[in-house]
Design a protein around this ligand. Structure first.
Ligand code: S3P
Length: 166
């Protein structure tokens, strides 16, 4: 199980899909699963029901994904707030897609589909960054790099980490 973590705009979805296809594993994006489960977009869930309702759905989806069959899983940027995840993450290789605040804002700043950016994104970034670093087993810098190159690096590093040849 490979789990991708990182701030909004780090590239978890695009890089995760590439890593999954390179390794022949299923790809799960927890944001997409939340939207499917709710039958509406993340922005609509936040708007109609609030962040608490979104987090409850997210907890369910993330716990299911991490207890399921081997896969590449892209976690929504705020999902590590669930304290029950630590034990589930033990069986995964946790990869932090590192991105600078400036680059992340260049990629997703002003994106109405990401309600958390309507608060204070810089303060959120600082708080979240510490959490990602605490959980990361592998960290890959993404600034200025194409998803394909990042995915190749992850495949290589994960093979080294798990002791098999790339
Ligand atoms: C969030 C990140 C988003 C999504 C939701 C909340 C967050 O996912 O789960 O808008 O709290 O950081 P991405 O990190 O995939 O953009």
């Amino acid at each position: 199980m490979i789990v991708l973590i990182g701030f909004m705009g780090a590239g978890k979805t695009s890089v995760g899909a590439l890593v999954a296809s390179k390794l022949g594993l299923p790809f799960l994006d927890t944001d997409a699963s939340v939207a499917t489960l709710a039958g509406r977009s993340i922005a609509e869930i936040f708007e109609r029901d609030g962040e608490g309702a979104f987090r409850a759905l997210e907890r369910e989806v993330v716990r299911d994904a991490l207890s399921g069959p081997d896969a590449v899983v892209a976690l929504g940027g705020g999902s590590l707030g669930d304290p029950a995840l630590s034990s589930l993450l033990d069986r995964a290789t946790v990869v932090h897609l590192d991105v600078s605040f400036t680059e992340a804002m260049g990629r997703v700043g002003g994106d109405a589909a990401r309600p958390m950016l309507q608060q204070d994104p810089e303060a959120l970034f600082a708080a979240r960054d510490a959490v990602y670093r605490k959980h990361a087993e592998v960290s890959v810098m993404t600034d200025g790099r194409p998803p394909e190159e990042i995915a190749d690096e992850i495949v290589r590093v994960v093979a080294e980490t798990s002791g098999s040849a790339p």
